[in-house]
Design a protein around this ligand. Structure first.
Ligand code: FAD
Length: 329
């Protein structure tokens, strides 16, 4: 009998977050012959999400449908997941290193006495067992860790580092068999706190931490209006707008856009750093981006040391030129 690897799905509104499918990819990479993969889905109005997950060929899907599950409340989530764990006893649990994953995983690890490795960006089998690679010291170094115990393991994976899984490989696919959908009764949790209201600061825009392209502005944008050309470039590229803390502190944009050590961590395919000097605290949130394009008037700006492409020049000239050319394409 192989191990049971379970993914905890995460939703944003009524949609499954990309991190769910990235976690499934990590599950497949981790799995050996005869291991099985399942998903736990919690929320309300779950039919469409359930269908999307089953399309991957899952053999088992655990569902908790409960009004009380939204918005996210730590006590509720922990007690629900703990109840599922006690019933199902997976050997490995994987979730996204998202705000929810960062909150829930350590609480769960403590409550089920599991080992946890967080913020994983890659995993590879080795003689010492599976090695999990993760950035440390705000991205200045990487470490590889493995679990000392056989199970249970909890792993959180950094968004945008695993290709979202479309379909499970044949050995884990349910094939022509009916997938098992287990509806679990929601717990009657005892809550120490309740969320009374959630105010969304930015709605309708692409989620910054999952965006494939991020156009970020720093203090060099000089004003709120200075972000306009960046927003236009992001729109053409179907990307999201981000910012340095310098730009946020100067009141040019909302703190929800802040990228870095004390902001969001992003790993897009393309990261534009416009008028950003490249302080270490900013790099902590974006240095793992696949391609970094820096635009800065100062040829000595530290951002050029990590940029794949550097343009020395005024962002107010270069960004609109880029946008105009891309519009033609
Ligand atoms: P600056 O350093 O002022 O750089 C502005 C850049 O714009 C300059 O390089 C300049 O040459 C360029 N420029 C000016 N005009 C133009 C133009 N027209 N066209 C092109 N380029 C132009 N920072 C973060 O970003 N994220 C964090 O999470 C974060 N956390 C922190 C935590 C701690 C504990 C501390 C102490 C600091 C933190 N910081 C963080 C702040 C960080 O140290 C820097 O102060 C900040 O990143 C600087 O922002 P900036 O690059 O936009 O501004």
């Amino acid at each position: 009998m192989g191990r049971h690897i379970a993914v905890i799905a995460e939703s944003r509104g009524t949609e499954l977050r990309q991190s769910t499918f990235e976690a499934l990819q990590a599950a497949v990479q981790l799995a050996e012959f005869s291991d099985s993969v399942s998903v736990l889905l919690i929320g309300t109005n779950l039919e469409a999400r359930q269908e999307k997950l089953l399309k991957t060929g899952l053999q088992a899907l655990y569902v908790v449908e409960d009004e009380a599950s939204t918005p996210y409340e730590p006590d509720y989530a922990l007690q629900t997941v703990k109840q599922w764990y006690d019933n199902v006893k997976p050997d490995v649990i994987i979730m996204g290193h998202t705000a929810i994953g960062k909150d829930l995983a350590p609480m769960l690890a403590a409550s089920i006495d599991a080992g946890q490795i967080s913020d994983v960006i890659a995993l590879s089998p080795s003689q010492k067992g599976v090695l999990f690679k993760r950035p440390i010291y705000a991205g200045k170094a990487f470490e590889s860790k493995s679990f000392a115990e056989a199970s249970p393991w909890i792993i959180t994976i950094r968004p945008n580092n695993f290709t979202p899984l479309q379909e499970l490989p044949a050995s884990m696919h349910c094939g022509s068999a009916e997938p098992v959908v287990v509806k679990l009764t929601p717990p009657k949790p005892s809550l120490r706190s309740v969320v009374t209201r959630v105010v969304e600061r930015i709605s309708g825009s692409i989620d910054l931490s999952e965006a494939k392209i991020v156009v970020s502005g720093g203090r060099g944008v000089k004003s709120k209006e200075g972000f306009k050309p960046l927003e236009e470039l992001a729109e053409v590229l179907q990307g999201a707008v981000g910012a340095s803390r310098g730009a946020c502190d100067s009141g040019y944009c909302d703190y929800a856009l802040q990228i870095g050590q004390t902001g969001k961590v992003v790993t897009p395919e393309i990261y534009f750093a416009c008028g950003i000097s490249g302080a270490i605290q900013h790099l902590a949130g974006m240095s793992q981006s696949r391609t970094i394009i820096a635009i800065n008037t100062d040829p000595e700006a530290p951002i050029f040391q990590i940029a794949d492409y550097g343009i020395v020049g005024d962002l107010f000239e270069i960004v609109p030129l880029l946008t105009a050319e891309l519009r033609k394409a």
